[in-house]
Design a protein around this ligand. Sequence first.
Ligand code: HEM
Length: 434
Amino acid sequence: MGSHYVVVVNSYRHAREVLLKKGKDFAGRPRTVTTDLLSRGGKDIAFASYGPLWKFQRKLVHTALSMFGEGSLALERIICREAASLCETLSAAQDTALDMAPELTRAVTNVVCSLCFNSSYRRGDPEFEAMLEYSQGIVDTVAKESLVDIFPWLQIFPNKDLTLLKKCLQVRDHLLQQKFTEHKEAFCGDTVKDLMDALLQVRLSAENSSPLEPGLELTDDHLLMTVGDIFGAGVETTTTVLKWAVLYLLHYPEIQRKIQEEMDHKIGLVRHPHLSDRPLLPYLEATISEVLRIRPVSPLLIPHVSLADTSIGEYSIPKGARVIINLWSVHHDEKEWDKPEEFNPGRFLDERGQHIHSPSPSYLPFGAGIRVCLGKVLAKMELFLFLAWVLQRFTLECPEDQPLPSLEGKFGVVLQVQKFQVKARLREAWRAAS
Ligand code: HEM
């Protein structure tokens, strides 16, 4: 189980040392009862681990993403299709109070589903409902940082959370297995439509020509977990950032108005927004950057583990220590951010009004270095397109009979937003133009 040291890193200097300068020393992940369950029995096969396969998996996922060409038309088309469907739902629910959370989750899930399985879900699809339920179950139970992860022998006692987690994982594995079987049956080796096909193709060519190095065998479990991880990491995170963005726009209608003015001016109302519009909409980009700063989805990143005796600054760190990067404090450091509690997209703009990606080194919403988020580019594409599509058409408001929802998060695997409702009002300008 490694050493019992837990190191919490609060400053960006030390965080950058851990992630960038000494990234290799700190590239491990802790293995706990929960992560073992998540990764199909604790084999070294998931992104939750640091086995020999981890690098290989990262490369495979990169290959699959670049097949779609991150930032390319194929992925953009998928996201726009989902954005259009989201706007339709908002139109249908117009002027009534709506919980946007399931709609955002469906939109983001469908993007990941298209990427992984070349399939998507309609509203109310029972398979989708099952998926929603199991994801929530996993988020709720993994979030609890349960005592069994600290004292594994507690497993012998009945444990409601572990039972629920196991049940949810059974549903997840059943769904993944089903998709996998369908893909294996249909796969002919020459067309690659999604991540699952890309993985099958790598395996096939390894079997036929250049065998993989020892330790890199791609069993069914490996392939399933690679896809499972992309689901686990790609849905809840992006959806949560979108929920935070909507919540902040309810609190700051003047910021919402400014985004809409920028859009009206630069894009107009006759065509929908494209990815190539990103440089034209610096205020929207700055707002997204500020949401990622003020409410980092992963306020403690994912825990790292030291793989050797090493150091952080003047502190010696033994091999096996758990290293927690406190991203919350990095993003709220008063020495680096003026009034860090204030929601102010302006800090991500230069004097000419252009978007600055990182105005301070104390900004790491996707981590950094060799464990940096694998879906960063995709996530940014989704955040931009979903918000641009919605705000071009709708003004988001808090229903009159309800108080403004709380900006306080619920700590979990991700920093969760508490439930809230929204009224999406079709903009006069949009109505008049269409
Ligand atoms: C706005 C949305 C997202 C945010 C804020 C985010 C943030 C993060 C953070 C902070 C980490 C941990 C870095 C570390 O421990 O040093 C991470 C890891 C990861 N993310 Fe994301 N993420 C997002 C979306 C996505 C998407 C869409 C995907 C996949 C398509 C994805 C895939 C992953 C994977 C696989 C890892 C683990 C990488 C590894 O351990 O090698 N993420 N993400």
